[in-house]
Design a protein around this ligand. Structure first.
Ligand SMILES: *Cc1c(COP(=O)(O)O)cnc(C)c1O
Length: 477
């Protein structure tokens, strides 16, 4: 394939949005997560796929598309055969033959179901692959890592499923005791692998996050146990999500058909992956950024000002976020990739909780991004409306994208809304809206009967560190 050769010759290097961290290759970016200057890594030059190359994806499976789309980002560090093996293994864990199936819900409106992975949220699509990439790179280097993270729900279970039984990884996930749903808790605590450690912290999600931050800021502790993270700012997660934008696009006629994507948004990781797909050549005309009452992003696209407020709990907890960390990557491009200027903007935001971009820049962003938000009442009404009209049940996150998409769609491009969680993950809200309680898929049907394993600890960093130390010793023995 001629188009293929063209992209394979490029060795992608990664630079920090703040401009002061070392330039790295893919494997170092994977393991380091955040850049040393506090910025986020992005490709120095984004690979571009020709029309012919994109057309050639149309006859391929999800896994094959994923390999073709992602391999240019790491081609000089991981061979195509090794990478294809990891992708095949990762996407074999999904329980739908299409991996990410499309369903038509309107004349030119499709929903892409991104909830057929082991933990029923779109986070599996990236994390299943990232866990395998970590293990591959670590094994080659003869290293091990200890992954530590805090979760309010979806991320923890997806990370645990991605890291379980991996030889070079131990994973510790902190969740606030009694403050995650039963399904979410059990998806974490019923995993019996020896390298998985659940900690129920007697405190809030913020306490969990502070404890994790405290461990990362303790340099001797961090170095001794080689602490690492798989949070949403990791470039590899962004990269893995680019694949489903291409998979959806070619199914509805790209590269010849233009596209519009509606995306339920929290940390802006998912939307940013779509933006990368567009940079690579997928003909996306517009992104509809959808949020709940925590609408900092949709207000930004309306006004050009990013202003932080208090987080309000909603029916869609994975979008209850006030600082969308991945937005920095977009801002980097729209500020002429000027790391110094971006550092100033982010510093202003950190100290004052607010920044404004100049009118020219905001207008350019408005050409590609538009926003819409739904409060809880509108969310429930939308679940009911789509259920009555199409028979499809959407969870409270997915429906926000679907409804925003339907409201803002303009004729021309094909509209694809991303469904980010399975309705059975949030059964109460769905039942209240439709009168029907959504059932868990067969492989999780006995989730509520499985034995659990979890350690309860007070919100004290010395206790958490002791537990990590003892568990690692015990596992090594
Ligand atoms: C994490 C999550 C989101 C938000 O995605 P971002 O990439 O952070 O914008 C939306 N829906 C669900 C179900 C999630 O788990």
């Amino acid at each position: 394939m001629r188009g293929r050769q063209l992209v394979e010759n490029l060795s992608v290097r990664y630079i920090s949005t703040r401009g002061k961290a070392p330039v790295l290759a893919f494997d170092d970016v994977l393991l380091s997560g955040l850049a040393r200057d506090g910025g986020l890594y992005v490709p120095r030059v984004c690979p571009r796929l020709s029309k012919a190359y994109i057309r050639s994806l149309r006859s391929l499976s999800y896994t094959e598309i994923a390999v073709r789309v992602m391999h240019p980002f790491l081609s000089d560090r991981i061979s195509e055969t090794d990478f294809a093996d990891m992708a095949a293994d990762a996407y074999a864990q999904f329980d739908h033959p299409a991996v990410a199936p499309l369903k038509q819900v309107g004349p030119d409106h499709w929903v892409m179901e991104l909830f057929h992975g082991p933990t029923l949220s779109f986070k599996d699509y990236a994390l299943q692959l990232v866990g395998r990439l970590f293990d591959h790179v670590l094994k080659k280097r003869g290293e091990k890592v200890t992954i530590v993270g805090a979760t309010s729900g979806d991320t923890g279970s997806a990370a645990i499923e991605a890291c379980r039984d991996r030889e070079c990884i131990e994973i510790f996930i902190l969740h606030p005791k009694g403050r995650v749903s039963e399904v979410q808790r059990r998806q974490m605590t019923t995993v019996m692998s020896r390298n998985v450690h659940n900690i129920a912290v007697e405190g809030t999600f913020d306490d969990c996050q502070d404890l994790v931050k405290g461990m990362f800021n303790d340099i001797p502790f961090r170095d001794r146990y080689n602490l690492s993270a798989v949070n949403s700012i990791n470039w590899a997660r962004i990269m893995a999500q680019v694949a489903y934008y291409f998979a959806a696009g070619v199914r509805v006629g790209a590269p010849y058909q233009s596209l519009e994507f509606a995306v339920p948004t929290g940390n802006f990781g998912n939307v940013y992956s779509g933006y990368v797909a567009r940079k690579m050549g997928l003909p996306i005309r517009q992104f509809i950024v959808a949020s709940n009452t925590n609408d900092i992003l949709t207000r930004f696209f309306d006004t050009g000002t990013m202003r932080k407020t208090e987080v309000v709990p909603t029916l869609s907890p994975s979008m209850d976020i006030q600082i969308s960390s991945n937005f920095e990557r977009l801002l980097f491009d729209y500020s002429g990739r000027n790391g110094r200027r971006l550092t100033e903007t982010m510093e202003t935001f950190r100290t004052s909780g607010e920044f404004t971009v100049n009118t020219g820049r905001w207008r350019r962003m408005r050409r590609l991004f538009t926003g819409e938000h739904l409060d809880d009442a509108a969310t429930k009404a939308a679940i009911r409306r789509f259920y009555q009209a199409t028979g499809e049940m959407f969870d409270p996150h997915s429906v926000i994208g679907v409804a925003a998409g339907a409201a803002l769609h303009e004729p021309g491009p094909a509209l694809i809304s991303l469904a980010t969680a399975h309705p059975a993950k949030f059964p109460d809200a769905v039942r209240e809206a439709t009168g029907v309680r959504p059932a868990l898929p067969p492989r999780l049907a006995d989730l509520l009967e499985r034995p659990e394993r979890c350690t309860v600890l007070p919100a004290r960093i010395d206790k958490i560190k002791d537990f990590i130390h003892d568990s690692l010793l015990e596992h090594a023995a």
